[in-house]
Design a binder for this molecule. Structure first.
Ligand code: ZN
Length: 438
């Protein structure tokens, strides 16, 4: 594609706008995107759900009304602590071929690539089959209430989309094997807390009604419980694509069902946190609170858990199990703000086949393109809740190390990836524009 914008400079400028959420303050970032569209003569609408917060939407009209394709991105980021980073997380610094900044991977670079691909497609003279909507929203990192949730109420056309493209998948390079993971599903967020109350007292006179002891015992039962391996269609297809023909601990992988019967292979899979999380519910204690002074028995104690359920796991039966494990001495308090039950998107369809073909053409013909379950939660769940086919994919190649930097320290993206991301997104947008809605 022939583009007039310097994508690397734009990415660096965009990363300099601090949209740490909370509080978000995405308005400045929205005005930045609006100005780029304006310069191209493309109209857009800014939506302001509350002071300082904003979403932006622009449209290329298609041949037929209804069932638009949405290019979705969020423009808020998670906090970054300056002292842990080697480079200013909001400096947009370019060092040794990498642009550093909070949001470099999650997902400001993708937002800029989607914007420029959208602009370029609008200028190429082809009218898409259906409207193509560029939508950049706020508030994803804390649940999307002011972002996608708000926009779905404000703009009914969005609820009627035929397809949504956003974050969650990349081309992943790991141990010499690269494959494209296209996220078609995500695990279900199910946060909860255990709370205990007890009798206070002096640490020198212990008694049986200790809030801390109740919490510790309940936590021990929960964390030592082994959640069963439950391969889903998506995780089976994914792991099959990765391990086909591979030998591990003396066993050669034929199928996921066979491999899981082999204890050593199963243990090797479980030992890799990312594969483990594809196959099981995960229940992770993240915050422990109880007591202020070493010689005082506190009257209250709590533990918070970040639980992520497989798409096939029913929330109610999960909580029945948690209640049982927690026991009678503590209370289980659910902490989810928005409860969603997103159905995984299908991948035996023209969108998956079409995107695979585009990815193979732009990358390599023999690259494996595999459906994938995102272990975190994204705004795509709002669309999947509505039964809309929604994929997470950004055509850049990332190593395990680079993926771990997202939400971590020294998040960065290579200049090469920025260019590849833009041309890859453009090819995907061209494909999506050619598709009539099913
Ligand atoms: Zn994100």
């Amino acid at each position: 594609m022939n583009h007039d914008h310097d994508i690397v400079q734009l990415t660096r400028q965009f990363l300099r706008i601090n949209t740490t959420n909370p509080p978000g303050n995405e308005e400045e970032a929205v005005l930045f995107l609006e100005a780029i569209l304006k310069k191209e003569g493309i109209g857009s609408t800014v939506f302001s759900p509350s002071s300082g917060r904003a979403n932006i939407m622009a449209r290329i009209e298609g041949k037929r009304k209804g069932k638009p394709v949405i290019l979705l991105s969020h423009i808020d980021v998670v906090p970054a602590s300056l002292d842990e980073w080697e480079h200013d997380p909001f400096g947009g610094e370019l060092v040794d071929g990498f642009v550093y900044g909070r949001g470099a991977i999650d997902m400001k670079t993708q937002a800029v690539c989607q914007l420029l691909a959208f602009i370029e497609y609008g200028k190429c003279g082809v009218t898409p089959q259906r409207d193509i909507i560029f939508l950049a929203t706020c508030d994803e990192e804390v649940g999307g209430k002011y972002g996608v949730e708000y926009m779905l109420k404000k703009v009914p056309q969005l609820r009627n989309a035929s397809f949504v493209l956003s974050e969650g998948g990349f081309i992943k390079e790991s141990q010499g094997f690269s494959h494209a993971q296209v996220s078609v599903a995500e695990k279900k967020l199910s946060r909860f807390a255990l709370k205990a109350t007890g009798t206070g007292g002096h640490g020198s006179v212990p008694h049986k009604d200790s809030a801390n002891e109740k919490i510790i015992k309940a936590c021990a039962r929960i964390i030592s419980y082994e959640w069963p391996i439950r391969p889903t269609a998506v995780s089976s297809a994914y792991l099959h694509g990765i391990f086909k023909g591979e030998k591990k601990k003396g066993y050669t992988f034929k199928s996921i069902e066979e491999a899981l019967k082999n204890k050593r292979f199963r243990e090797a899979l479980e030992a890799v946190p990312l594969y483990n999380a594809q196959l099981k519910n995960t229940v992770t204690p993240t915050i422990l609170k109880g007591g202020e002074r070493i010689n005082v028995i506190p009257t209250q104690s709590s533990a918070h858990f970040d639980a992520r359920l497989l798409p096939i796991q029913k929330r109610e039966s999960f909580f029945r199990k948690i209640e049982k494990l927690a026991g009678r001495d503590v209370r289980v308090v659910r902490e989810d703000e928005s409860i969603s039950e997103p159905t995984p998107s299908g991948y035996d369809n023209r969108y998956f086949r079409g995107m695979s073909a585009v990815i193979k053409t732009t990358e390599r013909y023999d690259l494996a393109v595999l459906p994938y379950i995102t272990t975190g939660a994204t705004d795509l769940r709002y669309f999947r809740d509505l039964g809309i086919t929604a994929y997470g994919f950004f055509p850049v190649t990332l190593s395990d190390d680079e993926i771990l930097r997202m939400h971590g320290k020294n998040e960065r993206i290579s200049v090469e990836n920025i260019h590849r991301g833009l041309s890859g997104v453009y090819e995907i947008v061209k494909f999506l524009g050619s598709q009539d809605a099913p």
